[in-house]
Design a binder for this molecule. Structure first.
Ligand SMILES: Nc1ncnc2c1ncn2[C@@H]1O[C@H](COP(=O)(O)OP(=O)(O)OP(=O)(O)O)[C@@H](O)[C@H]1O
Length: 389
């Protein structure tokens, strides 16, 4: 009798457990869908998307890397970034490497480290820097890259002495190479990747001055038909960030296109967007280029150190650069169109409209569509801004 009474109770309990398990499973799997097949626009959590899967990447022992870099000696130090210090090293095989050592007090860096390892180990393109492996030893984390003998683009184009080493043909090839690398990230790789920190110091140059996009610590994977992510944590570098990203935290392929446009105008002019100084106005490089364009004298933007430049090619690059930095993301071209425009002599290009963020020296630019003022600092550091705080 007692058994007969308790039977429905037991069955009911079992049913509850099953329904509960189903709901939990459904929730878990839909959070995966958000990452992989995501919807058109998503809100990004404070933490970046990290794929939970094994990465097939060689691991170097600390001893090997310490030997290669002369125990991380200051003479082997070649750079310093938001992530930590970069050292040059030589393996016993004679192969030259660049070692990025995550600084220990960089809480941000650990997430970026994982992100970079996971992302770049899946990518392969002649215009992307190659990650050879990583080294994890206790608290120490390092990324091992192929060494780029000509270091980064900023060291050439913003340096009067060195910039003569990059004539117009080289600069044009570098622009096209960066565009190809970015198109691969946006469209042609197995994943759709938004770099988020494209800038001159993240373009490395090999022995033949071929450009390689580097620094994937801030990059994000988009899935399915996803075109935009909204984040509260804006990370990037002032001078290269698009208005909709810097102000509203919206990033997309079009925010990378904006950064690409800034790089193009910097390559053509040999001047930095941020910190640009002109006696006649308060505009930054984008504003200056836009002003010259409207006044019908765009060729004045070209680096004075360049000789015998093919005017039509330079003009095309300036026009493409201005199209990429247009204020409204929907007006900016996709990287496929950018490459088409760069490649074709006689394609008729659209007229560029007003760029985003084109005032510099007033140190403050207000966007009417947002209640937020963007205040520039005087440093060129990578920034992290929390919106809505
Ligand atoms: N693979 C490499 N080969 C040669 N030089 C490199 C390599 N990777 C980085 N460097 C040098 O080290 C410098 C610092 O690189 P890193 O990517 O850490 O910082 P960054 O891009 O300058 O700044 P941030 O981290 O703020 O974006 C680069 O500008 C470049 O000159």
């Amino acid at each position: 009798m007692a058994l007969l009474i308790s039977m429905p109770v037991v069955l009911g309990f079992l049913l509850l457990v099953l329904v509960g398990a189903y709901i939990i499973r459904k929730r878990t799997s839909s959070s995966h869908i958000n990452q992989a097949d995501a919807i058109n626009t998503t809100n990004e959590d404070e933490d970046p998307i990290l794929l939970d899967e094994d990465v097939d990447l060689p691991s170097f022992g600390l001893e090997i890397i310490a030997n290669a870099t002369d125990n991380f000696s200051s003479t082997n130090k070649i750079g310093e970034g938001g992530f930590g210090t970069v050292y040059k090293g030589v393996l016993t095989t004679g192969q030259e490497i660049a070692v990025k050592r995550l600084s220990k007090d960089s809480g941000q860096g650990l997430t970026e480290f994982k992100n970079e390892v996971i992302l770049i180990s899946k990518l392969q393109h002649r215009n992307l820097v190659r990650l050879l492996g990583c080294c994890i030893h206790r608290e120490d984390r390092m990324l091992i890259y192929e060494y780029m003998p000509n270091r980064s683009l900023d060291l050439y184009i913003f340096n009067q002495t060195r910039s003569t080493a990059v004539d117009w043909q080289k600069r044009f090839d570098i622009i096209v190479g960066i565009a190809r690398g970015l198109l691969y990230l946006h469209r042609d790789s197995r994943l759709r990747i938004i770099h988020r920190d494209l800038k001159a110091s993240n373009i490395l140059l090999d022995s033949e001055m071929n450009p390689k996009i580097s620094d994937f610590g801030l990059a994000r994977i988009f899935g399915g038909d996803q075109t935009q992510v909204n984040t509260k944590r804006v990370v990037g570098t002032y001078g290269y960030m698009s208005p909709e990203y810097a102000i509203d935290g919206h990033f997309s392929m079009k925010s990378d296109v904006f950064s690409f446009g800034v790089v193009v105008l910097e390559i053509v002019s040999g001047m930095k967007n941020r910190g640009f100084d002109h006696p006649d106005h308060d505009l930054n490089l984008l504003g200056h280029a836009w002003k010259l364009w409207n006044e019908g004298r765009p060729m004045e933007l070209a680096d004075a150190l360049l000789e015998n430049v093919p005017a039509s090619e330079v003009l095309r690059c300036i026009q493409v650069g201005l199209l990429c930095v247009q204020k409204r993301p929907e007006e900016r071209p996709l990287m496929s169109s950018v490459l088409y425009m760069l490649d074709s002599d006689n394609a008729s290009l659209p007229q560029p409209k007003q760029p985003g963020f084109y005032v510099e020296r007033v140190h403050k630019e207000t966007d009417s569509s947002s209640s937020l003022n963007i205040s520039y600092t005087s440093t060129d550091l990578t920034v992290t801004t929390l919106h809505g705080r």
